[in-house]
Design a protein around this ligand. Structure first.
Ligand SMILES: O=C(O)CCC(=O)C(=O)O
Ligand SMILES: [Fe+2]
Length: 322
């Protein structure tokens, strides 16, 4: 496929219609690609014949981690821990869902680079998280090579704090520190999302955007693109559960970093040291096929200091050297 912009995921490329004409996609893959391109999310049936038994085992195994009384239908399920991060490290079913080969193949096809899962979150209830895009937590260089897959592990009740999202918001400016005039490197935050809330609210207002709720049946999943604005709506009935798993994916041959704690323009990147959930191996930060080490970034800072001194010398005594 002749792709003039390999630095953009295929589904986010302005050349998407032309690329699609050359792509070999099934009807279902084409629907998913169209939805991601136009709306920034796509719904699909999770391709795993053992899903029901995996879900049962996950609920049994992770249940005690939350400190919630699941046996009493009337108990408040929103007390205690609302999530377990990276349960894939000790729960084979969480790992199998994250590393599902059919999902990885689909994502790799849609993005044009090989996908790998790097983080799991398991929720027994709604998160009630404010609207945000995951790109302030996890981004890549080139940008947009990240996505989330949200899997419903039961039928989701409208009063259980369903996931919400703003269709089309993936096309809005990507939220960065430069955009809101903030320095991030070395900063300390309770939540990486905090500084950007007013900016996201302003974008929603100016676009007159309306949120949509995701009310899936058990076994349905939703892919969201890196810059789609989403969150968890208010859980009106605290006695309900909302079992779900989110897996976050990156794509190979990128730099992986946390934008909330980075200032990209001056080379200050809060790099991530990632493991692929698929094989447990480290996924090096790469740029155009070559490994990128944090020392290289520091080195280029040193280089620019050297350049400054050099320029001063040239100006003051007319010496030139290279
Ligand atoms: O499940 C939710 O309510 C939101 C989860 C979320 O935003 C995330 O995992 O990135
Ligand atoms: Fe999120």
């Amino acid at each position: 496929m002749n792709n003039i912009f390999p630095g953009l995921p295929l589904i986010e490329s302005p050349m998407f219609p032309a690329l699609k004409a050359e792509w070999e996609l099934t009807e279902e893959e084409e629907r998913i690609a169209d939805d991601l391109h136009e709306k920034g999310y796509a719904v699909f049936n999770f391709p795993d014949t053992e899903l029901d038994s995996r879900i049962n085992r996950i609920q049994q195994h992770l249940g005690p981690h939350y400190g919630i009384d699941f046996d009493n239908p009337a108990s408040d399920k929103t007390v205690g821990e609302r999530r377990v991060q990276d349960a894939w490290q000790f729960d084979e079913d969480v790992r199998a869902i994250a590393a599902n080969e059919a999902v990885i193949d689909l994502l790799s096809k849609l993005y044009g680079r090989k996908a790998f899962p790097f983080q799991t979150l398991n929720f027994p209830v709604g998160t009630q998280q404010d609207a945000h895009s995951d790109s302030v937590h996890f981004s890549s260089l080139p940008e947009r090579f990240m996505c989330g897959v949200w899997l419903a592990m039961e039928d989701i009740d409208p009063n259980a704090g369903p996931l919400f999202y703003y269709p089309g918001s993936h096309r809005w400016p990507i939220m960065t520190n430069a955009l809101i005039g903030r320095r991030g490197y070395g900063s300390d935050l309770n939540s990486a999302q905090d500084p950007y809330g007013p900016a996201w609210r302003a974008l929603c207002e100016v676009h007159g955007a309306e949120r949509e709720l995701f009310l899936p049946s058990k076994g349905q999943a939703l892919i969201w693109s890196a810059n789609l604005l989403h969150g968890g709506s208010c859980q009106h009935d605290p006695a309900l559960t909302r079992w779900s798993q989110v897996t976050h994916y990156y794509f190979e041959d990128c730099i992986y970093y946390t934008p909330a704690f980075s200032d990209e323009a001056i080379g200050q990147l809060d790099l991530r040291n990632l493991l692929s959930i698929s094989n447990g191996e480290r996924q090096p930060n790469k740029y155009l096929g070559e490994d990128v080490h944090p020392s290289k970034i520091v080195k280029s800072e040193r280089k620019s200091t050297f350049r400054k001194i050099k320029r001063k010398l040239i100006k003051s005594i007319g010496i030139y050297f290279d």
